[in-house]
Every structure is written in structure tokens, then in C-alpha cells.
Design a protein around this ligand. Structure first.
Ligand code: SPM
Length: 276
């Protein structure tokens, strides 16, 4: 049998993974969740037809999204993950002994349940950690009710389509920065320089109005369109402060001090667009 899953996020670009078998296929109130076993990338989580993670290459995404703000803060105590129901970011955040509580604010309980079932080999069971707290609700309201509460906020979302579009708005960035404690730092899933230039520029502008040291950085993820994805670092603390911090216990598969630093170096066409 020759089975392929093809992602068509962009009308001009397609990407396919060879599938061994379907492990879950479910329409929830919010989205279409599929989990497939692929031939090379291990199990993959697909939401509304878009690849969210694979077991083989998710480490670049989760390690860079989580460790860059965590290391900049140094010893974060309270962490908020917006989205992130698959548990990949939670697993990384809980590696820090300083973390007292890691709250995951996820809209769809089924993403948590199905990921817990099918990604245990990669993520373990971070939900079993007594410091983990799941809140199944809309992140906007939660952020609004929690000003100044979190040392690190990680926005681990889908692409800006449908419900998730709001998570890329000025209003969301305002609420997110307001929910940070003094000295806190945030990072957000911030799309692809080739495909999403205008959106990234708009987000950078918002972040610049709200904080002193926003910066865009990038990681290679072969299963995302363009082979990678970027993140917005949002804080009054420069990201480079994190280069002096110690990595948490446990093994990194992607980030190291050289990669951490190099991730902020942007190709000229994009650097000019973003920073002028
Ligand atoms: N915890 C994993 C969630 C992944 N969220 C990001 C998925 C992005 C997929 N599409 C990338 C396209 C960028 N334009």
C-alpha cells in the first residue's frame, strides 16, 4: 500500500509524508484531529490538515520555543503555556527545578487525551507531574484575569487560521505582556519568513511597542512548510542573557549555546524587512 498524507496549508506549496497507518481520526467541537504513524518521522499530530509535530523533528520546535525565554529569565517559577495540549512544551518547561507551576491553557481536551495516548514514547507523561496544571478554556479570558502572574509565557499555537487567528493579534500580545511578571519573558510560534513576512512584521511592531527587547529567531523543522519555523521573543530582558544561564537537567536534542545564538541571525532579505 502506498499511502501519503499531503499538507496543503498554502495554495502554492504541498508537502507529503508517507503514512504507515492512522492511529486516530476525530472531529471535535473545535477541529479535526488526526494522528498518523509515518514511515520516517514517527507518529505525527495533524490538526485541520496541518502537521503540528512529528516525533522525529519536534525537538527543534519545543526546545527553541521553551528554552530561549526560560534561560533568559534564569530561574522561572510560574510558567504559562498557551495551547500546547500535546504536552511537548510542558515536558521541556518541567525540566527546570525552579518551576513551581506550569499551567497549560488549551481549548481542546481531546488534543491532550489523544496526545497522551500516542506521544508517550516521546514526551513521557508530563501531565503526571504535580507541578502541571491543565486549564481547558480560552486563553484570552485567562490572560485577562491574570496580570503579572507568569515569569515565562509560551504561546504554542496552531497557525493563524480560524479560532487561532486571534492569538496573533495586537490584543493578544498586549494581554500576554500584561500577564508577565516584572523581568518575565515570552516566546510565541511566529510563522515562516518566506511565507508569512507581513504577519511577522506586524507582530514585531506590536512586540516592539510593548517591550524593549523583542527579537525573531528560527529553527529547522523539516516537516513544516519551508523546512522551519520562527518564534518571537518578547521581553524587556535581552534574549542574550540566556546564553549565560545553565541548561536544565536532562538532555537537549537540538539547542546548544551555538544554536541558541545562531538562531537569532536572520538572512539578509528578511533581516532588512524586519529590522530595517
Ligand atoms: N506543540 C506543537 C504545536 C505546533 N504548533 C505550530 C504548528 C505550525 C504548523 N504550521 C507551520 C506553518 C508555518 N507557516
Amino acid at each position: 500500500m502506498d499511502n501519503w498524507f499531503t499538507e496543503e496549508l498554502h495554495p502554492y506549496y504541498r508537502k507529503s509524508l508517507r503514512v504507515k497507518r492512522f492511529l486516530a481520526d476525530e472531529q471535535t467541537q473545535y477541529q479535526h484531529i488526526q494522528i498518523v504513524e509515518t514511515e520516517f518521522f514517527g507518529n505525527a499530530l495533524i490538526l485541520d490538515g496541518v502537521i503540528q509535530l512529528t516525533e522525529r523533528d519536534n525537538m527543534g520546535y519545543h526546545e527553541m520555543l521553551v528554552h530561549v525565554p526560560m534561560l533568559a529569565v534564569g530561574k522561572p517559577g510560574r510558567v504559562l503555556i498557551v495551547g500546547g495540549g500535546d504536552g511537548g512544551s510542558l515536558q521541556q518547561a518541567l525540566r527546570y527545578p525552579s518551576v513551581e507551576e506550569a499551567v497549560v491553557c488549551e481549548l481542546d481536551q481531546r488534543v491532550v487525551d489523544l496526545s497522551r495516548q500516542h506521544f508517550a514514547a516521546s514526551f513521557g507523561d508530563p501531565w503526571a507531574d504535580p507541578r502541571a496544571r491543565l486549564i481547558v478554556r480560552d486563553a484570552f479570558d485567562f490572560l485577562e484575569e491574570n496580570p503579572g502572574q507568569f515569569d515565562v509565557i509560551i504561546s504554542d499555537t496552531t497557525d493563524p487560521i480560524g479560532m487561532a487567528e486571534r492569538l496573533f493579534s495586537d490584543k493578544f500580545y498586549k494581554l500576554m505582556v500584561r500577564a508577565l511578571s516584572p523581568g518575565g519573558a515570552a516566546s510565541t510560534q511566529c510563522e515562516q519568513p518566506f511565507f508569512d513576512t507581513e504577519l511577522i512584521k506586524k507582530i514585531y511592531k506590536s512586540a516592539k511597542k510593548l517591550t524593549k527587547h523583542p527579537a525573531y529567531y528560527y529553527a529547522n523543522i523539516p516537516t513544516y512548510p519551508g523546512g522551519g519555523i520562527g518564534f518571537m521573543y518578547v521581553s524587556n530582558t535581552p534574549w542574550a542573557k540566556g546564553l549565560k544561564s545553565k541548561y536544565p537537567p536532562g538532555k537537549n536534542k537540538y539547542i546548544n549555546p551555538e544554536v541558541h545564538k545562531a538562531a537569532f541571525a536572520l538572512p539578509e532579505f528578511f533581516r532588512k524587512e524586519l529590522y530595517g
